[in-house]
Design a protein around this ligand. Structure first.
Ligand SMILES: [Fe+2]
Length: 170
């Protein structure tokens, strides 16, 4: 049997040097961010994503409020309360997102009217929470403004808390 040549490991210390440190915050404040370029009606795709996310949050507030009034049966008091906490918190999140972005990017966004989602059951509510979480997650990956990314973490936190209550509390 042929002996396989084992590759000699790199010099000591090399491997550890290859590990890149994960930095979530810039070490120093960067120069003032450039406003995103306008690429047509409604601005850049990032502008449109922010506006769409804010519109979704505003719609979600109403959808969760209606579900809060609709839930009945086993475990519904817990769901009623969890949904109340969520829809109470959402308007401020939407406002913070838009004001922060419009200030950071130095532009006013364009808001399209989109129909709000109908939620009939707690399962519908949980599904919608997951969808909003995914929208925010995607937006966070695109945003060059760490302060807005951090604010959006608070929205995800509130969504997680509501989802936990809807899934596990009765
Ligand atoms: Fe109520």
């Amino acid at each position: 049997m042929a002996t396989r040549m084992l590759k000699r490991p790199d010099a000591p210390g090399t491997a550890i040097n290859k590990i890149e440190s994960i930095v979530t915050q810039p070490k120093s404040e960067p120069a003032k961010p450039e406003p995103t370029p306008n690429t047509g009606v409604g601005g850049s795709s990032l502008d449109n994503m922010v506006a769409a996310c804010a519109s979704e949050l505003m719609n979600a507030r109403t959808s969760f409020h209606k579900l809060h009034l609709k839930v009945t049966g086993d475990g519904s008091f817990s769901a009623h309360t969890a949904l109340n906490e969520l829809y109470d918190a959402i308007p401020e999140f939407a406002d913070t997102l838009v004001e922060g972005y419009q200030g950071a990017a130095e532009k006013i966004l364009k808001y399209n009217e989109v129909p709000s989602r109908t939620l009939d059951t707690v399962a519908d509510g949980v599904g919608y929470i997951r969808d909003i979480y995914a929208i925010i997650n995607k937006l966070q990956g695109m945003l060059p403004y760490s302060e807005i990314v951090n604010n959006l973490d608070l929205v995800k936190d509130a969504l997680n808390s509501a989802k936990y209550k809807l899934l596990f509390l009765k």
